[in-house]
Design a protein around this ligand. Structure first.
Ligand code: ADP
Ligand code: MG
Length: 257
């Protein structure tokens, strides 16, 4: 049996809504090998963020088995979470935002300086270190959020619709940037998106979710992941079209990849 870094088996999450238990996720099985990039795509309300909060260790009210590097999820552990609204503190500079987690972890001043300088340099943010978030473009803000996650040297990167609020070109720039970063760091990642092209470009494994209750409906191995030069080419568009059909529930099991 293959040894997965992230392994989810029979995950079920229910919320209490007006005195009733409503199942948000049911029978979710999902696994990623070390260094693999998974993308989840599915309709609004199908439980994608719920899944991410469980993995980030922010919701322990679940049944089933969730293992990250062989251990159950824990907040403040080796998992980093990046959200759509960047989550930066507006009154702090880029530098102070980036070192926040390191300070919380009581790293020494020397360690903080070296780590933050290295990561800011890698992300092309060194010249912006003294600015405040309001003085940055959306793309720059999201790169700061990525820097803040990377300084903590996570083993698993979780991204919940990280580019949804960005314009199309900035979004493409950040996708290319992330692909380069992954090439270098081989960081195991699970990313959520609404965007079919983004799923095809980034996800080595694509999980299609259906709603009520949220379940993984299809799992697609995607050999086009990372092929930025194929954006807009026929085989890329065909893969997008396949995903679109799955999302609309038009394709039956025997056609899954
Ligand atoms: N804290 C909560 N309390 C009660 N219900 C919730 C809570 N969070 C999410 N839900 C419900 O769970 C379902 C899945 O929500 P969510 O995980 O946010 O979906 P998605 O991210 O796919 O849009 C929705 O029906 C939502 O109303
Ligand atoms: Mg969500």
């Amino acid at each position: 049996m293959q040894d997965y870094f992230l392994s989810i088996k029979s995950l079920k999450v229910a919320y209490e809504q007006r005195g009733e238990l409503v199942t948000a996720l049911d029978s979710v099985d999902l696994s990623l090998s070390q260094g693999q990039r998974g993308v989840i795509i599915g309709p609004s309300g199908c439980g994608k963020s719920t899944l991410i909060t469980v993995l980030a260790g922010l919701n322990s009210h679940y049944t089933g088995q969730v293992l990250i590097g062989g251990k159950p999820p824990a907040s403040g552990g080796e998992t980093a979470l990046i959200l759509q609204d960047f989550g930066l503190l507006p009154w702090k500079t880029v530098w102070d935002n980036v070192i926040l987690g390191l300070k919380l972890r009581k790293k020494t001043a020397a360690e903080i300086k070296t780590t933050a300088e290295t990561v800011l340099e890698k992300l092309g943010l060194s010249s912006l270190a003294k600015r405040h978030p309001t003085q940055l473009s959306g793309g720059q803000r999201q790169r700061v959020a990525i820097a803040r996650a990377l300084v903590l040297a996570p083993k698993l990167l979780l991204m919940d619709e990280p580019f949804s609020s960005l314009d199309a070109l900035t979004r493409e720039e950040l996708q290319d940037f992330l692909l380069e970063l992954w090439e270098e760091t081989k960081l195991t990642t699970l990313l959520i998106t609404h965007n079919i092209e983004e799923a095809v470009l980034l996800g080595q494994k694509i999980f299609i979710m259906s709603s009520s209750p949220g379940q993984i409906q299809q799992e697609v191995e995607n050999r086009l992941a990372g092929a930025t030069h194929l954006r807009g080419e026929l085989q890329f568009l065909e893969m997008c079209s396949t995903l679109r059909s799955f999302l609309r529930g038009r394709v039956h099991d025997e056609a899954s990849a």
